[in-house]
Design a protein around this ligand. Sequence first.
Ligand code: SF4
Length: 237
Amino acid sequence: MITIKKIPTPEQAEFIERWNVALDKSSPEDILTWAYNTYSPKLTMGTALGNSGCVILSMLAKLNLRIPIFNLDTGYQFPETLELFDQINVKYGLGIIRRTSDISVAEFETINGGALYNIDPDRCCYERKIKVLESIAPNYDAWISGLRRDQSSTRANTQVVGWDAKFGLVKIAPLAHWTNKDVWKRIVEESVPYNKLYDQGYTSIGCQPCTRPTSAGEDERAGRWAGKQKTECGLHG
Ligand code: SF4
C-alpha cells in the first residue's frame, strides 16, 4: 500500500498556482472549458456519481466537452448507483466506463478470508479503487473531480486547480467553491439525474457496506466509514 508521491516540475507548480488563483472565482463552466482547452486529450474525469459529479457531467454534456470518463467500480456499489450510471449515460451520451479491479469480489473475499472492508478498509479501498486509478493515471495529465470545500473539514482547502501527488496529475475541482445548496439548485433547475439514495437520508454515497444515511446536523460525509477513523478512501487524501 505504499504510494510514492510524485512532485510537479517547478514550471508545472508555477502554472498550477497561477491558474488556481486566476480561476478561483470563475464559473464551473469556465473552469471546465479551460481544463479542456489546456489538457484534452490528456484530460479525464473520475466519478462516483455523487450529486456534484452528476452536475459536472451535465455541464460537460451541455458544453459538448468530450473526454474519457470513468467510474471506479469496486463491486460493492449500491444497485441505485449502477442504475444511475446507465441513466446518465443514456441521457448525456458521455460513454462513461466502469473500471474494475482484475479480481472479482468473490475471488477477493476468498483470498482475504472474508470481507476486507470490515477488518482493513484502507487496504480494501487501496485494492478496489486506488490500484485501478494507478493503472489509469499514466495515460493522462489531468483529471476532474467533484470535490467541494463545504463537504468536510478535510476538503476545506480544495484548490480549483491543484497537484495530485498520489497520481502525478493536475487535479481540477470546478465545483470547489460551490455549496451543497448550489448543487441541488442546479439539479432541480436542469433535471439532472441523481442517486435516489439522497431521498432516503444519504448525503454522500460510496460503497454499500461503508455508507449509511446521516442525521440532521451531521457532516455531509459523516455516513462514510461511520464508526471508523477513516474519512477518505485515499483517492482524495
Ligand atoms: S469503500 Fe468500503 S467496500 Fe468500498 S473499497 Fe473502500 S473499504 Fe472496500
